[in-house]
Structure formats: structure tokens, C-alpha cells
Design a protein around this ligand. Structure first.
Ligand code: XMP
Length: 511
């Protein structure tokens, strides 16, 4: 890859990935590495950013990067902890702040003669989040901006392309944060803004072609965005040598297996649909523990996939839709760097397909970039905008044991809910939605008859990553119409409730 690159050194801040996403939004390629694992090919990076951290530079457990190959050698932007680090260990002074410096602040003094603040005016809102403050600038430090509570909010080092800011330009609430990052990366560090979805597709396809030559590759499609985009990229590179397998575990949404399979075929993919519903349902019979359900489904999926993969002669590679957040090595918030790298076990004792070489064409991309790459290759917007759906599917939305009849009931309920969201133009305002079938019968009355039937719970949440979520304030009229439609049309259900729990303390799925 011939792009200018930025190295982001992570000190464990909750915002580090946001820095990377902002940089990528500027069409500049960047990578996140732990502060203590600076890549050997440091010369291939054109600029470096130091992230924030929950640690204090004054503490015994302060994190010490080795900046000898960076400082004065390439443009450096130090954010929050980074800014304090440069001050504290280079002749300045950092102390606990008297006032809590958290939240919005305004730049009260700006030297906007400096390129760093080009286009940023006095009063611009920035986001602070720190408990230490820089009392004295480091040797050769030149003040660039202050806020009401923070005198040394931004500085540079005379004679270097080194800049430091106490605030977080990466968060949405720093109004000109993106402009400041662009000023530093483009105007000061001279990086080219050439990392675009089109360039990604062109280069990735070329790389896949030379990496895979005439080899056969197998890929499991799930109906989700990542596996679909990975498949389309590979299809562009190797065409019919890509063997896609789409397994129906019998726990998908109503009609989803057939409609998505058709969509895949329409995209020109070499795809085989495998209906293994019975195999999954048999394996799940009598299991009501959520974790046991997950394990059973995982095991059967591996068996089915392995059976299918073995039918492909001489297959050499397994393709996966792994994305960048899955492979970033993280620095734990409590100090000691903890590696959470996804491992691929190319060892014996595993299903045959797992012994294949692994190709992961999306592993440099964030989720929003996967969508943009998908759109640039012409993948249907509706498919790219689909809500997340759990791998174990409806199994973890049916509380208690699973039967074919319960799956049928939930599929009907779910379809009415999801189609309703689309009709009311609410689907894209919701991050994830679905229905839960509860192990509860309650009394109702239909016509003159007493009923004693199932209760379903509807769940719709807003979120950015599924880690935290809040329930969506859906219009009462929509809920009323949906509830009526469900009770009138789905035999076996006589009560509908709406879940108004946030995560935490609840989770999105009920199991
Ligand atoms: P929870 O229920 O933990 O869900 O708040 C967070 C997100 O993860 C999805 N989820 C799963 N996805 N296998 C998956 O592939 C699972 O076992 C699983 N459990 C939860 C859930 O749908 C939500 O998007």
C-alpha cells in the first residue's frame, strides 16, 4: 500500500479509536499501536499522534514511550496525556488541577497565525477530560491557546513540528476538532488525503489477486455487512475460485434465507445455500440455558461448514470478514498493556477448514468504512444498512427451550415489527430491533373466548457499538398498530410488551 500513514500510539484512552476514525474521515490512512510497541518500520509513518490515557504522568505507573525515533524526526501531535507527557518529562511541570476539567470549554486565546489553528476562531468549543493540568510548558514550548480554566491548552515546541493539546480534537463536541487534525496532518505534516473507498477497493483487489493467484478460497456468508463486503471484494479478485457457503440454521428472520440467497446470487457470487435447519433444531432440543444454546449452535455450524468445505476440492484459504476493531491490540485502562489479539489456530485437532490459511480483506477497516467500501462497489443500500443480528439468531430471543413452532411464532412477530419500522420510516433511526418470545402464558379474551397464550416483548435500541444502548422512544401510535397487528395475525400470541430497559444494566438480547 502506497499511502501516507499516520501512527497513533495508544496510551489506553477510551477515545483512541475515535482519533483513528477522525483521521480516516480525512481520507488519511492510520494505524493504532500500543505506546510501548512502536513498529520497527517507523520510517514508513509520516506523522505520529500520542493518545490520551487514564494514567497520570506524575504517577509511579506513568506510561513511558520511547520517542527517540520520533521526537524532532517527524511531525508529532500529543493529545491530553501525550501533551502532559511532553511537558512533564521535557522541562515543564504538570500538577493536579484545582478545578475539575471535564466537558465543554472554549478557546479563549488563540494564536491563529500558526497553521495549527488555521480556520479556527476564538471561542471555538473543545472537549476537556483530565484531572492533571500543565502548569509550565516544556523547554522551548510556545503557548498557542488557552481556555477559561486551562492556561496551557495548546502549545508547540519551537524548532520542531511538535504540537500538543490538552483537549480532545477527536470527540464530536470539539467543534473544530477535525479542522485542527487536518491542519496538523495536511498543512503541517504534509500528508496526502488519498485513502478513499475506491482506492481501497482497487488496491485490495490487486493485492488479493497476487496473494491468491489461482487458489480456491472458502467463505461463510452470514447475511451481515462484513461477510458480504468481504465476499464481493474477493469475487472481484478471484471470481469463481471464491466458494461462498450460506448456512440456514433455521433461526434466521422470516424468509431471510431465501431472499438473501437470491440477493447473493444476483450479485454474481458463487454461493451455495445449505439448509441445515433440522440439524440445528435437533441439537437445540430441550436446551434452555443461553450459553449452552450458543455452544450447540457454534458446534453444529462448524460441523456443517466443515462438511461443505470438504466438498470443495483443493481449497487452500479461509476468508473471514474480520474488521479493524477486532485486531487492534489494546492497552488496558488499568496500566499494564493487555494484548487482546484474535488468534487463528493453524494446528491439528481442529476442523479441516480451520487449518486453511486465513485471508481477511477487511482487517484494516472500521465498520463505517466497510459500509462505504460496500457502497462504492454498488452493494444494495438496504443490505448495507441492516441492523446487527446475533449469530445464534432467534435462539437467544426465545427464552427457554426451542421448538419449530416457537421459531415460527417469533418469525411472524419479528416480521410484523421490522416491516412496520420500515413502513413508518423508523428502521434507520433504530440501531437494532427485534422481538423476544417469553416463556410466559397469560390470560386474554378474544371474541367471547378466554385465551391462555404467549407474550412477546419488542425491543428497539439506539447505540453506536452495542456496548451501551438505550431504548428508543417509538411513537405510541406505531406501537399500538404493531401490537394490534401481532395479536390479530399471529396465532399463539395474546399479549405484547415494549422493553424500556437501557444497557447497562440490561443487555440488548434477553439471553
Ligand atoms: P448484548 O445482548 O450483549 O448484545 O447487549 C450486544 C450486541 O451483540 C449481539 N450479540 C451477539 N452476537 N453472537 C453474536 O454474533 C452472540 O452470541 C451474541 N449475543 C449478543 C447483539 O445482537 C447485540 O448486537
Amino acid at each position: 500500500m502506497q499511502h501516507d500513514k499516520v501512527l497513533i500510539l495508544d496510551f489506553g484512552s477510551q477515545y483512541t479509536q475515535l482519533i483513528a476514525r477522525r483521521v480516516r474521515e480525512l481520507n488519511i490512512y492510520c494505524e493504532i499501536h500500543p505506546y510501548n510497541k512502536i513498529p520497527a518500520q517507523i520510517n514508513s509513518y509520516k506523522a505520529v499522534v500520542l493518545s490520551g490515557s487514564p494514567q497520570s504522568v506524575r504517577g509511579d505507573d506513568a506510561l513511558h514511550p520511547d520517542l527517540s525515533k520520533i521526537r524532532t524526526k517527524k511531525p508529532l501531535l500529543a493529545v491530553c496525556y501525550g501533551a502532559q507527557y511532553l511537558a512533564h518529562f521535557s522541562g515543564g511541570n504538570v500538577a493536579p488541577s484545582n478545578t475539575r476539567e471535564y466537558g465543554r470549554a472554549n478557546l479563549s486565546f488563540i494564536d491563529n497565525q500558526d497553521l495549527f489553528f488555521k480556520g479556527v476562531s476564538k471561542g471555538s468549543q473543545v472537549w476537556m477530560s483530565h484531572s492533571d493540568t500543565i502548569k509550565t510548558l516544556p523547554t522551548n514550548g510556545v503557548l498557542l491557546a488557552s481556555t477559561h480554566d486551562v492556561e496551557n491548552a495548546a502549545y508547540k515546541i519551537e524548532g520542531e513540528s511538535t504540537y500538543a493539546i490538552q483537549f480532545h480534537p477527536e470527540v464530536y463536541h470539539s467543534t473544530d476538532g477535525k479542522q485542527i487534525l487536518e491542519n496538523f496532518l495536511v498543512s503541517i505534516a504534509g500528508l496526502k488525503q488519498d485513502w478513499t473507498p475506491d482506492s481501497f477497493v482497487e488496491e485490495t483487489v490487486a493485492n488479493l489477486k497476487s496473494q491468491l493467484t489461482n487458489d480456491k478460497v472458502v467463505l461463510g456468508l452470514s447475511g451481515g455487512v462484513d461477510s458480504t463486503v468481504a465476499a464481493i471484494l474477493l469475487n472481484k479478485a478471484i471470481g469463481k475460485n471464491l466458494y461462498c457457503i450460506f448456512v440456514n440454521n433455521g433461526l434466521l428472520r422470516k424468509d431471510e434465507f431465501n431472499s438473501v440467497l437470491k440477493q447473493y446470487e444476483g450479485m454474481g457470487l458463487n454461493v451455495k445455500g445449505v439448509d441445515a435447519s433440522d440439524r440445528f433444531l435437533n441439537a437445540l432440543a430441550g436446551i434452555d440455558d443461553p450459553e449452552k444454546k450458543r455452544k450447540a449452535i457454534g458446534r453444529v455450524f462448524i460441523e456443517v461448514f466443515d462438511d461443505e468445505a470438504q466438498l470443495i476440492k483443493d481449497v487452500k484459504w479461509l476468508a473471514q470478514g474480520t474488521i479493524y476493531p477486532d485486531v487492534i491490540e489494546s492497552v488496558s485502562a488499568t496500566g499494564g498493556p493487555s494484548a487482546t489479539i484474535k488468534s487463528h489456530h493453524n494446528v491439528g485437532g481442529l476442523p479441516d477448514f480451520m487449518k486453511l490459511k486465513v485471508v481477511e480483506p477487511l482487517k484494516a477497516l472500521f465498520k463505517d468504512e466497510v459500509r462505504r467500501v460496500g457502497a462504492s462497489m454498488g452493494i444494495d443500500a438496504q443490505l448495507l444498512g441492516r441492523h446487527p443480528f446475533p449469530g445464534p439468531g432467534l435462539a437467544i430471543r426465545i427464552l427457554g427451550d426451542i421448538t419449530a413452532e416457537k421459531v415460527r411464532i417469533l418469525q411472524e412477530v419479528d416480521a410484523i415489527f421490522i416491516n412496520g419500522l420500515r413502513e413508518w420510516d423508523l428502521y434507520d433511526k433504530v440501531w437494532q430491533a427485534g422481538a423476544m418470545l417469553l416463556p410466559v402464558n397469560s390470560v386474554g379474551v378474544m371474541g367471547d373466548e378466554r385465551t391462555y397464550e404467549k407474550c412477546v416483548a419488542l425491543r428497539a435500541v439506539e447505540s453506536t457499538d452495542g456496548m451501551t444502548a438505550d431504548w428508543v422512544n417509538l411513537p405510541y401510535e406505531f406501537l399500538q398498530k404493531t401490537s394490534n397487528a401481532i395479536i390479530n395475525k399471529v396465532k399463539g400470541v395474546n399479549r405484547v410488551v415494549y422493553d424500556i430497559s437501557s444497557k447497562p444494566p440490561a443487555t440488548i438480547e434477553w439471553e
